[in-house]
Design a protein around this ligand. Structure first.
Ligand SMILES: [Zn+2]
Length: 117
C-alpha cells in the first residue's frame, strides 16, 4: 500500500528528530498534503497509527492541511482551481499549465514533549 510506505517514512523522520531533541514523546504532527499529491489523508492516518506503534510518535495526533490544486496558465497567466495534473486553461484553452499549488507533501512541524518525571 502506497500510504503505508509514506506513513513509515514520516514515522522514521519524526522519531529520529524527536530522539535527537531528547523528547519523551511526540504529541502532534502537522502535515501539508496537497489535493494533487495523490495521498489519501484518511488512509494515511490509518497507516500512521499502525506504523507508529512502539515509537515516540505512537500517541501523536496527525493534523493534515490540504492545499487546493491551483494551476497557472503559461499563455495568459490566469490562475484557476484544478483537480487533476492535466488541466486546460478556462480562458484561452492552453494546455501549458503549471501547477502552483496542491502538490505539496511535507512535514510542517511537530510538537514534542519532554521526558516525564
Ligand atoms: Zn490561458
Amino acid at each position: 500500500m502506497h500510504e503505508m510506505s509514506i506513513a513509515l517514512s514520516i514515522v522514521e523522520a519524526v522519531d529520529a528528530k524527536a530522539r535527537q531533541e531528547g523528547a519523551g514523546m511526540i504529541s502532534s504532527i502537522d502535515l501539508l498534503i496537497g489535493k494533487l499529491a495523490g495521498i489519501e489523508p484518511e488512509s494515511l492516518k490509518f497507516c500512521f497509527s499502525a506504523a507508529a506503534k512502539g515509537t515516540l510518535a505512537e500517541d501523536a495526533e496527525l493534523v493534515i492541511v490540504e492545499p487546493e490544486g491551483i494551476g497557472e496558465c503559461g499563455e495568459c497567466g490566469m490562475r484557476f482551481p484544478v483537480t487533476f495534473y492535466y488541466a486546460e486553461c478556462p480562458s484561452c484553452r492552453s494546455l501549458r499549465i503549471k501547477i502552483v499549488s496542491g502538490k505539496e507533501f511535507l512535514i510542517q512541524s511537530m510538537i514534542i514533549e519532554e521526558k516525564g518525571e
